[in-house]
Design a protein around this ligand. Sequence first.
Ligand code: BGC
Length: 705
Amino acid sequence: MSRNRLCRLVLVAVMPWLGACASGDRRGSLPGDAGADGAPSIDERVEELLRRMTLDEKLAQLGGTGIDGMWRAPGVPRLGIPGFAMSDGPRGLWATQVASANPQKATAFPVGMARGATWDEDLERRVGDAIGEEARAWGANVLLAPVVNVLRHPAWGRAQETYGEDPTHLGKMASAFVRGAERHVISDAKHFAANDIEDTRFSVSVNTDERTLREVFLEPFRMTVEAGVSSVMSAYNRVNGTYCSENTHLLGDVLKDEWGFRGFVVSDWVLAVRSTAPSLNAGLDLEMPTANFFTPANLGAALDAGETTLAAVDDAVRRLVRAKLELEVRLDPAVPSLDVVGGPAHAALAREVAQKSIVLLKNEGNVLPLVASQLASIAVVGTYAGLARLGDNGSSSVTPAHASTPLDGIRSHAGAAIVQHIDADVLTAQDVTAVSAASVAIVVVGLGPNDEGENLPNLSGGDRDTLSLSPAHEALIQQVSAANPRTVVVMEAGSALTTEAWRGGVPAIVMAWYPGQEGGDAIADVLFGDVNPSGRLPLTFPVDASQLPAFDHTSAEVTYGYLHGYRHVERQGLTPAFPFGFGLGYTTFALANLVLSSTSLAPTETLRAVVDVTNSGARAGDHVVQLYVGVAGSAVERPVHDLKAFARVHLEAGETKSVSLDVPARSLAIYDVGQGAFRVESLRYTAFVGSSVADLPVQQDFDVR
Ligand code: BGC
């Protein structure tokens, strides 16, 4: 039995919930065991600790103390209350800063957008579990992930960190991550809210009507709160003129009052907090990374001046302490060993995720999959082929112990075929000859940390001005495809790319995202058919940016309308290059026999749709079945199709399975601005089931009474 556990039990026996137990490990410890017979509840323990804390101790809880291996915020050692040790983030444990103290590296998973392309909630739960476990093994108790910001436009610099453009898909994927991560740490849904422009993120005011705010930008956060997230990070930007950290409507009215969120609100870093009393009163509980406005002196002065109240301080402290106690209670007492960090189990998971995230966009003449035994030589073209593209250099960056490049993966799958890497982005005449002589040419192109990413001082990144590849990469593709008709283009990036300039000239295109440390092998697994490609686009790939709402990353204020992404494209009657939900494979699937559990639903009920999915091709593979809802006669503008449910299913060749998709009627609600509440309209709805928003072969009507 650990010293801490023994100490806790003794305390419970002799002096329920009182007394201090000096922390012997990195997590610290807390007195008392919740749930044991006669033991106080967590809330009772929190209240008792609040009674025992001095005002100075309380005020010191509300601000961070900077970085020491990880981001820190104090506890109260005298009372056995541990501090916070926080680490990013969304694609793995951010171990860069601590690497010098301990050379062990962390697992670099595919970025969030890649994981969005898996449409696999259970897989994402496992990723959250793995990253949470690595964070705990490092000694962190807060993981600054997941990103729950709706991708309003693919030019957003941090697109790679989120899961996609659709609120329901995003909310489900982020909730799955939360369920996994919260087994080990406090996870943090960020950045609340409407934080989807990078270059002006510290100040821009995102102006939008209440319905758009609720249904589009807040709904995914609400879903993570429902999933049990313990903390929420307030964003840098303003919403309707008010900074998120002092936005009473967002933090108080919606998050804490309406949604009943019992966790704590932490600020985003450095520039997110602009005031003391207005922020505390609005509902900000903790200023990070250091106390600037939330210093004991400032807070004390605000109390003395009557600008805030002890009740507001107590509420913040209560939330911080409660989150720590709840974590302590749900944790497995055995702290995972550091061996899990970057260990083989997580590497295998990273590869599985990458395999399931890769989207086959085009495959004319079945150029793919490659059959190594039928190839004499493979020309692998481009500088990117020899690089492991893991994502940007911002707060989500992860340093893995190793990372496979596309070239590594292709080499290990090529069998006896000769692999020649042309390590250039402009071909010489000699290169062109080599490319034309090869049995197949694989060009690797895309974006990197200089093109998109978090915009931090001394870092490149930021938003994109164009959705296309660089002129150099477009020219390279054209050169290669002119020389070899069997050209496969592999793209690595965190968001949508336009392909019009060269798409017609190449038979095969693969979207690999930033595929993580095992990405090179996973790309080759797909190219050579070891796995059937099964990723589906979590965002629209437009023909060009004119098909989307404008992306303004320079103005002090922007106004958002209700529709973006596929909802906008469909309403405008446009045909994108590749629609939301789209992805090919090496086999085919057919959908039939859609049966609804009811054709007349009460607003409190859940519709169950059951559909038969058949693998009508010759190979085993996964399919992602998608259910969208449409409605006519609404009092307000509605999307033509609105994603409400999805499921990934594995089918052997020729196999048929029944897939169930649940749609709570509540998820059809609109936010009625007049009533200030969500309400489900009593109308006839249509459930459409298919393989992308543009391919919905089966449908059935149902009514909500
Ligand atoms: C980012 C957050 C991150 C924090 C700490 C901020 O600049 O916006 O996403 O968690 O830094 O690294």
